[in-house]
Design a binder for this molecule. Structure first.
Ligand SMILES: Cc1cc2nc3c(=O)[nH]c(=O)nc-3n(C[C@H](O)[C@H](O)[C@H](O)COP(=O)(O)O)c2cc1C
Length: 191
């Protein structure tokens, strides 16, 4: 059973954040881009390893931006074409201190991305994470070594006008956001 409403109070940023697909044709100030990565910087991580690495490109850096954009699945390109900022997130697979496998590297990168997303919400920006892209293409195009796991590409920008989107996406923009109920994933007992 799913619900589209908040059942218990949560902080406003969590309520406001959503993965929209409509972007304004407005560049993002460099200070705000810096704040996004600063938020990621302060995420918790196993052994404080901070295994995340980001490669970003603004739309004005067209060569790099296009390399990221070209890797996206067609279904993502349709709307991500207007995003003024694309960010590739990577996770270093081994601990720097001892070269052992870091089994929580992707987990930690996800936490950093969540921090970045909430900071973006605070700044009036929309972050839309995407797993739908060709990882081997970005690995090749950006010389990403084997020591990194590929995470997601994020489309980031100020919210735009959803009426500019194709009909099916327009409808998705206004559809209620649904979530599983707490009792489906929170237990106070064993399985
Ligand atoms: C790891 C990950 C991969 C995702 N991949 C895509 C994607 O390729 N295309 C897309 O449109 N949305 C993608 N999303 C967005 C999810 O569909 C979205 O977060 C989910 O439907 C919940 O909606 P909300 O973020 O607005 O709450 C992805 C999200 C995450 C966290």
């Amino acid at each position: 059973m799913e619900s589209s409403k908040i059942d218990h109070p949560v902080t406003d940023l969590i309520q406001q954040r959503r993965s929209s697909r409509a972007y304004a044709h407005e560049h993002i100030e460099q200070e705000k881009i810096n704040s996004l990565f600063e938020a990621a910087r302060w995420a918790p991580s196993s052994m404080n390893e901070q295994p995340w690495t980001y490669i970003y490109a603004t739309k004005s850096q067209s060569e790099m931006w296009n390399k990221l954009f070209d890797a996206l699945n067609e279904g993502n390109q349709i709307w991500a074409k207007d995003a003024p900022l694309l960010v590739l997130s990577l996770a270093r697979k081994k601990f720097q201190r001892n070269d052992r496998t870091n089994h929580t590297a992707l987990y930690d990168m996800g936490a950093a991305n969540a921090f970045l997303s909430l900071q973006a919400t605070e700044l009036g920006l929309n972050v839309h994470q995407m797993g739908g892209f060709d990882g081997s293409k970005v690995r090749n195009d950006f010389n990403v070594g084997d020591e990194y796991e590929i995470g997601v590409i994020m489309a980031i920008g100020y919210p735009g006008d959803p009426s500019q989107l194709p009909a099916n996406l327009k409808q998705r923009e206004s559809a209620p956001r649904v979530r599983r109920k707490l009792q489906e994933f929170v237990m106070n007992k064993s399985f």
